[in-house]
Every structure is written in C-alpha cells, then in structure tokens.
Design a protein around this ligand. Structure first.
Ligand code: ADP
Ligand code: MG
Length: 334
C-alpha cells in the first residue's frame, strides 16, 4: 500500500469531489499543511472523533454508511457549539489497499461535505487495523458559541428529534448493547420499515447545524447527545452548577421506537443509550416561542422536556409533576 499512497490520496480524496474551493481555505490537500483564513470576528471551533472497526461500527458495515456516520457525528459536535462547518481533515488507518472500500468510503463522505459546504483539506493514511479519524473545523460567532456552562435556574430544557433510536439501532443491527440482555425488541418480527428507520438513525444521523445556526443567540447552553440524555444533560448541569428537572412523560420517541420497544426499554435507550446525535439545549423561558418558531423554519422537531432547577443532579417528574425516584426512572441497572 505504501507504494500507492499518493495515488490513493489523489484518486479517493484530492480528486474525488471532496476537496472543493471554499472562501477561507487558502490551500487544501497537497502541501505539508492546509492554510485557512479565519475571519477576525469568528472563533475557530475544532472537534475530533475516532471510529474503530468492531468498536464503533461492525466489521461488515457498508463503507459508504460508515463514512457518512463518521462525518455526521463530527458535524453534530459543531452544531452543539453553534459553529458553521468550515472544513475537515481525515486520518485513515487501513488494513489493506482495498479499492472498493476506498471508493465507497470517499463517495460516502460526499453528500454531507457538499450539503454543509465542508471540504476535505488534508489528512494522513497509514496501514493498520481499520480506524477512521475525522477532525472538523467550524466557525462560531464570537459571542454566540454555545457552551455547556451557561444554563441558569428557570431555563427550559429542549431536545431536537427523537431519543433512543441510536441505541435501539444497535439492537437492530445485532450489535452488543451495554443496556443488557433484556434490552431487546418486543417481538422478533420487526417490520422492514422499522429496521430501515433504525439503520438510518444509526448511519445517517442529521447534524442539527441549521437549528443551531438559527437559534444560537437564544440558547444559554447546549450539547449533542452522544452518550444518552442523562449523561449529556449531566454535563450541562455540572458545567453550569445547576440541577435539572426532567419530565419523563415528555421525552420524544419515534413511531418505530414506540412500535418495537417496551416503554421501559425506550426510556432506558433515551436516558442511558447513545448515538442519538440530537441537540440538548437550555434557554430562558422568554426565548421559547422564538426558539420553537426557528425550529419550525429549520424543519427540525424540538420538544421541551423539563427545566433547570437550583441544586445539582437530575430529578424526574411524572405527568402530574410528582417526583419519581431515580431508581424508578432509570429502571434496571443491568
Ligand atoms: P506528509 O508526508 O507531509 O505528512 P502526506 O504524504 O502524508 O504528507 O500527505 C500529502 C498530502 O495529502 C497532504 O496535503 C495531506 O494533507 C494529504 N492527505 C494525506 N492523507 C489524506 C487523506 N486521508 N485525506 C485527505 N488528504 C490527505
Ligand atoms: Mg510533509
């Protein structure tokens, strides 16, 4: 493979449509480093995610879908900071020089790179066990970068999309789940539609860039949900020095999650699952109407699921507003 390293870079990366002109990218693939012009009124946001075969995606996974997911989860981190995608770099460790894999992989990166005007500007390739490292660069308005640390008592908590689908998708893809053996479909006969829905949820999460772009100035804090709502909202409460009251009955679920999973397992997936890549954000109650209107215009469903309270940690309430014990809400602790 070493012989044809430059050929690989040229065919699958430099000349594959992934590297395209963009204002601010002075120099991309081909030199020792890329050169970027960061506008004076912006902050450069950097984020990196590594995906390792068998850990983050199955051995047999479709390379195009893996590529899409790898870029999507990185863009989701930019969305969580309300950063506009700028460009990305790619580190690839490949076991061999598999032309089919490389072709499918590089084409799989194209749709999101194009959609978010985010060209590939550099990277590295080496031989070893298959893993994929993407670093995205984004641009934030100096005063509107959304951090985890800004939540205030009385703020409303919102999430985009639906919760739990990422964890349910792992069950659908017959991957081992950290949610335990009882985390399984109600029936073994899941419809093809539901299976397809979960596969899309896993491999094609929609980075909430547009929602973040429109609402950054309205938010007090934000995070993307990659490790389950509890953990990720927990990062917000911890960084902000506050607590959160979560209305368990308001958590949004997809029709497929409702159709295929018990209520307990849905809740488990939403709270303790992962891979949802939805945004969880907080905002002053006065901003909610404007936030919901902007979400409508971004065509992104959003749901208010609770509010920030004084103290620390997360408490749960039921429909009537009565507090639920943490044990009851977090169910079986596998
Ligand atoms: P160097 O030896 O200076 O590190 P390389 O030979 O690794 O440079 O890479 C040559 C050029 O190709 C560089 O501009 C680098 O950013 C780019 N490149 C290498 N691998 C990739 C990749 N996987 N994706 C995109 N660009 C890459
Ligand atoms: Mg060099």
């Amino acid at each position: 493979m070493y012989q044809s390293e430059f050929e690989i870079i040229r065919r699958y990366f430099a000349e594959s449509g992934l590297y395209f002109d963009k204002s601010g990218v002075e120099l991309g693939i081909g030199d020792d480093a890329a050169l970027l012009q960061v506008p004076e009124d912006k902050l450069l946001a950097l984020s990196m995610d590594i995906l390792v075969e068998s850990v983050h995606f199955p051995m047999s996974a479709d390379p195009g879908l893996v590529a899409n997911r790898a870029l999507a989860v990185n863009l989701s981190d930019l969305a969580a900071m309300a950063a506009e995608p700028f460009c990305f770099t790619l580190g690839l460790v490949l076991p061999d020089n598999d032309e089919h894999w490389l072709q499918e992989f590089s084409q799989g990166l194209l749709p999101l790179a194009r959609k978010y005007n985010c060209p590939l500007v550099g990277g590295d390739i080496t031989r070893g066990p298959l893993s994929i490292c993407i670093q995205v660069q984004g641009l934030c308005e100096k005063h509107h970068a959304v951090r985890r640390s800004g939540a205030c008592v009385g703020d409303k908590i919102y999430v985009s999309g639906t919760l739990g689908d990422g964890a349910i998708a792992l069950a659908s893809l017959a991957q081992e789940s950290h949610l335990g053996k009882s985390f399984a479909f109600i029936s073994e006969n899941i419809s093809a539609n539901c299976r397809q829905y979960f596969e899309n949820a896993y491999y094609k999460p929609e980075p909430r860039i547009e929602l973040a772009r429109r609402t950054a100035s309205l938010l007090s804090s934000g995070i993307d949900i990659s490790d389950g709502l509890l953990g990720d909202l927990g990062h917000i409460t911890q960084a902000s020095g506050v607590g959160a009251k979560l209305s368990v009955n308001l958590l949004p679920f997809s029709a497929s999650a409702i159709c295929c999973m018990s209520e307990e397992n849905r809740l488990l997936a939403a709270l303790h699952g992962g891979d949802d890549y939805e945004l969880c954000c907080t905002l002053p109650a006065n901003n909610c109407a404007q936030f919901e209107e902007q979400a409508r215009q971004a065509d992104t469903p959003v749901t208010c699921i609770g509010e920030i309270v004084a103290g620390s940690g997360i408490v749960y309430v039921d429909e009537a507003g009565n507090s639920l014990s943490i044990e009851a809400a977090s169910y079986q602790h596998f």
